[in-house]
Design a protein. Structure first.
Length: 250
């Protein structure tokens, strides 16, 4: 970059490197997606097309950033875990956050037609993003457990909520009132009695969210295979992490 008498303005830019040797989690979250989902006629309580589009966007991001080893998504959000040793963009906070969030957003628009071929975008969707650093593997596991438990709680509430509206003709206010203070067991009972839905039969995608994982086959010191898989499984219990020890390695 050529120097000039105006170059001094660069001195106002602040260094924003993220602490090294910490686990970096970047979460993107749909902005005003309640209105966006209504305007684009998403199915309630879960729109499979919309969830698959989110998965495709997350895969697109991971294909472009090899240092992202794991991601978890539900509804209109996705959390990306970087390998602990990453030096991507010299760990500059603004650079990582802006590029990953913008790529996810553009991928969402790019792949839209593959999942909503009969529904044109009425206006551009947007996602906000944040980066949080975690000190150790236990806290990282707890973070993703928190997101998955939240997925289950939200899905149970939303599924019951829409059963009351679609099967009993309740208004949104009446449905909220009917569910206020109910336990998990009571919601499951409403689902079964009103909607003939057994919670055990609900698609794991809706209850567990989407896990996007970078699978590696290693022979000696060489990575022989590197593929991205989308799963719908439990990550609260230790079995998943025990089977994928490389995710929380270096």
């Amino acid at each position: 970059m050529a120097g000039s008498k105006f170059a001094y303005v660069r001195d106002f830019e602040l260094a924003d490197s993220l602490l090294p040797e910490t686990y970096m989690v970047l979460r993107v979250d749909g902005h005003a997606f309640h209105r966006f989902s209504e305007d684009h006629s998403f199915s309630k309580p879960n729109d499979l097309r919309a969830l698959q589009l989110m998965d495709a966007s997350a895969r697109h991001v991971m294909e472009n950033y090899p240092d992202i080893v794991f991601a978890f998504g539900e509804s209109d959000e996705f959390s990306f875990l970087f390998r602990k040793s990453t030096v991507l963009y010299k760990r500059r906070h603004a650079k990582i956050l802006s590029t990953v969030t913008s790529l996810f957003t553009s991928a969402y628009v790019f792949h839209w037609g593959s999942y909503f071929p009969e529904q044109n975008l009425l206006y551009p969707p947007s996602f906000d993003g944040r980066i949080v650093l975690y000190p150790n593997a236990k806290v990282v596991k707890d973070y993703f457990a928190w997101r998955q438990v939240d997925t289950h709680i939200n899905n149970l509430y939303n599924t019951t909520f829409w059963v009351l509206i679609q099967n009993q003709g309740k208004t949104t206010q009446e449905a909220h009132s009917a569910l206020r203070g109910t336990s998990s067991g009571q919601k499951q009972e409403i689902l079964f009695k009103v909607g003939q839905i057994n919670c055990d039969d609900v698609d794991l995608r809706f209850k567990k969210g989407s896990i996007v994982v970078r699978e590696q086959a290693v022979e000696g010191e060489t990575v022989k295979r590197n593929s991205i898989q989308i799963l719908h499984c439990d990550i609260v219990k230790p079995e998943f992490w025990d089977e994928h020890p490389m995710l929380l390695g270096a």
